[in-house]
Write a protein that binds this ligand. Structure first.
Ligand code: ZN
Ligand code: ZN
Ligand code: FE
Length: 756
């Protein structure tokens, strides 16, 4: 019975760069098996021989005890011939096809490494310490397989002790590609004024001193530069903001530890878990507590973007600092985050008090990811560090499809096999530098994942950069165009593995409609191939087009004009008094004549209007500011709502009139906001019920930027689940336009048979 058997085992999933081979090696050794393990570009291959029972034990361990950052998709076993292997070995990587394995996202420094950093010779306070369980991954890789030579660690040859660890199967750094120490690895250099400071201790000491004195420092992080300063120092925060040339946006804050974070914010158990996870994203938590951040950090919103240290350097910094620091992307206005030492020194030397660099290149730019917990489930808002390039599994043939994404908060997406691999957050493609980043990253993904596009998908919008990119004849590919809101719904469907007709509710700011108008309050009956527009928010003129997006007061005037006409000025709303008379006049003339007033059915613009009518935000200093301010003041516990009309489409005239009345009655803005949000929930519920009557469908899919609103999503889930609907919202890709590329890809996969 103890006869030896031999098997070839193929393991796919996220199994490279996460300590998988060493784990296989140790498990085989423990079970007394001989054979080998190796990485190929598509999987991990294992050959084992020994007693059947022991092989079974190994297989069970592969399934159940794999390293925490790994993710096994599939284990396939083939009987094999016995060989004369007498021990178990790790073989050289094999590179033999265009299929690729998953690449690990970057992993926050682990607890073991933090301990080593205090006692291990050669690594005392060494800020590039890492092991197979932690450290940089996606940010340093430029080609598969994941070996040191294919990363930006290639220029740092291992010293003898590091190499010994790398070769020692019993060591935590066995085959850890970025393994390094003080002697052989990368180093930081700090430029402060005219001084050039080397040596971690001296750097940390100087840097902390400068931060405590109110300095602003540009610091090279994992996926790009950050700008840092004391988050409790009003003046420093103001200076940092001016440096970025971006007035309004809330700034992310890194807290020394959870105890200190809890002095500033209310953190739920789920939020705590995500803050501590190896992905270490920014989590939007409720701004509450006895300690206060500088008011310039969250600009009056009731949330703060909080994160915990993830680089060894952060931990060293907080050994000496017990204050939260701003850690925001190091860029100017809307440009991509800077990754290059020379560019950072050029850009920041004159304006920041110090620039911290290190001598390892960042291969793939990644911003910090942002997560918000809704209904105790993490929902991603910006998907980058720690998440990319983990794929989404679709049950569709995605091979050869490149989905170019939307214009704002862009990501693109490539298809491999039946998977969709989303790029990191790219940004807004109206910005020229961002389009360069976009094209570069598309090139990198095609190379990294060995992908030759056959079909390129884009939005319908003729002016989007991505549409022009997709239609470029030089690509020699087929071009498929997908309507924006259909792509939104499809992206949420793809995430949940839905491939059937659903009721899609797509609410957002802007998307090009099939009738040439701007859509954004859309109710679609759709599947992954096609859609039918059941109804939508009533079209409203937006005075000045894009100017109307930047200045929410224009939409407020548009809505008020539609109900009061020329009587508008008699409506005595306080916000109207804040407008210069000639500006108001000018906009009213535009509305009367209809010049430069495109028609929009956008939910975002309705939220803008209400926010402006309440004087919360007349001019937006960042996208979605007006709706965010409106959500931020909701008075909890209010169940009331406003009237509206749902016939051909959904009209908010009565809503606007009632809001104006409430303002005149001095009802608190918090109550008005709650009533308005309840109205939207009620509208969605009514329309969906009407759609269910028509189509007999009880699956409701919510997508679009408006569904980043926690109050709306929680309210809708409550209502729909009480009425036996199945509701789906985003979790692993953003509800905003950052998720569009996944939807485009899923739709193209369904339509590919149509393109000949
Ligand atoms: Zn580690
Ligand atoms: Zn070394
Ligand atoms: Fe959108």
């Amino acid at each position: 019975m103890n006869e030896n058997k031999a098997y070839l085992i193929i393991v796919t999933g996220l199994v490279q760069g996460v300590g998988f081979r060493p784990f296989v090696f140790r498990t085989a050794l423990y079970n007394g098996l001989s054979g080998w393990v190796r990485n190929t570009n598509e999987c991990v291959e294992i050959f084992v021989q020994g007693p059947e029972l022991k092989i079974r034990q190994l297989l069970s361990d592969l399934k159940n005890n794999a390293p925490s950052a790994s993710h096994v998709d599939l284990i396939t076993t083939f009987p094999a011939e016995l060989s004369d292997d007498s021990e178990f070995r790790i073989l050289k990587s094999e590179n033999n096809s265009d299929l690729v394995t998953e690449i690990s996202p970057d992993i926050a420094v682990c607890a073991d490494c933090l301990e080593d950093m205090k006692r291990q010779s050669g690594r005392i306070n060494y800020p590039f310490i890492n092991c197979t369980n932690c450290g940089p991954r996606f940010t340093i890789i430029n080609e598969l397989p994941y070996d040191r030579l294919n990363t930006s660690m290639a220029v740092f040859p291992m010293c003898t002790p590091c190499h010994a660890e790398y070769m020692d199967v019993n060591d935590r750094r066995f085959h850890a590609q970025p393994v390094a120490c003080e002697k052989c690895g990368p180093h930081y250099t700090f430029f402060a004024g005219n001084k050039r400071i080397e040596g971690t201790d001296q750097i940390i000491e100087q840097l902390c001193k400068m931060i405590l004195e109110g300095g602003v420092i540009a610091m090279k992080g994992l996926g790009g530069f950050h700008l840092a300063c004391d988050a409790t120092n009003e003046e420093a925060v103001t200076r940092l903001r001016m440096m970025k040339r971006r007035e309004g946006k809330p700034l992310a804050v890194m807290f020394p530890d959870m105890d200190i974070l809890k002095k500033f914010a209310a953190v739920s158990p789920v939020e705590e878990e995500i803050l501590f996870s190896w992905r270490r994203p920014i989590v939007l938590v409720k701004n509450a507590g006895k300690n206060k951040l500088a008011s310039g950090v969250n600009v009056g919103l009731n949330t703060v973007g909080a994160m915990l240290p993830y680089l060894p350097f952060h931990h060293l910094l907080f050994e000496r600092l017990d204050i939260p620091i701003i850690l925001t992307s190091g860029n100017l206005s809307d440009e991509p985050i800077i990754i290059d030492n020379t560019k950072a020194l050029q850009t920041f030397s004159g304006i920041a008090d110090g620039v911290l660099i290190y001598d390892r290149d960042i291969e793939n730019r990644t911003d910090d990811s942002v997560v918000r917990v809704v209904r105790d489930i993490p929902a991603i808002i910006r998907r980058s560090r720690g998440f990319v390039p983990s794929p989404v599994n679709l049950n569709l043939n995605t091979e050869g499809i490149l989905a170019t994404g939307a214009e704002q908060v862009n990501t693109f997406c490539i298809g491999k096999g039946s998977k969709a691999i989303l790029s990191q957050y790219i940004g807004d493609l109206q910005n020229a530098e961002t389009t360069v980043f976009y094209e570069e990253t598309v090139g990198k993904f095609l190379k990294l994942f060995r992908m030759k596009p056959e079909i390129v998908v884009s939005d319908l919008h003729p002016e989007y950069f991505t549409t022009k990119f997709a239609s470029d004849k030089n690509h020699n590919t087929k071009h498929i165009q997908v309507q924006h809101h259909h792509a939104h719904i499809a992206s949420c469907m793809a995430e949940h593995g839905l491939d059937e007709p659903v009721i899609g509710v797509a609410l957002d700011g802007t998307g090009y409609g099939t009738d040439g108008n701007i859509w954004g309050g859309e109710f679609l009956y759709c599947d992954l191939q096609d859609f039918e527009r059941f109804t939508h928010f009533k079209y409203m003129p937006i005075p000045g087009g894009d100017r109307g997006i930047e200045e929410p007061w224009r939409m407020a005037v548009s809505y008020l004009y539609s109900v009061y006409g020329d009587e508008i000025t008699k409506s005595v709303l306080p916000f109207l008094k804040k407008l210069p008379a000639e500006k108001l006049d000018f906009i009213l003339k535009m509305l009367k004549s209809g010049t430069n007033c495109p028609m929009v059915s956008s939910a975002g613009r309705l939220f803008d209007a209400v926010s402006a009518i309440l004087s919360l935000c007349l001019k937006a200093s960042f996208p979605a500011e007006a709706p965010m301010r409106l959500e931020s003041i909701i008075e909890p516990g209010c169940k009331e709502k406003y009237p509206y009309i749902f016939q051909e489409n959904v009209e908010f005239d009565l809503t606007i009139i009632s809001i104006a009345e409430d303002i005149r009655k001095n009802i608190s803005p918090g109550i008005i906001s709650a009533k308005f949000h309840n109205t939207i929930i009620s509208v969605i519920f009514d329309v969906v019920n009407a759609m269910n009557e028509r189509y007999h469908c009880r699956k409701v899919v919510l997508s679009g930027g408006t569904f980043q609103n926690k109050y709306l999503v929680e309210g809708l889930f409550g209502k729909f689940m009480d009425s036996d609907f199945e509701v789906y919202s985003h979790r692993i890709v953003p509800a905003n336009d950052g998720g569009i590329s996944l939807g485009q890809l899923a739709i193209a996969a369904k339509r590919r048979h149509l393109c000949v």
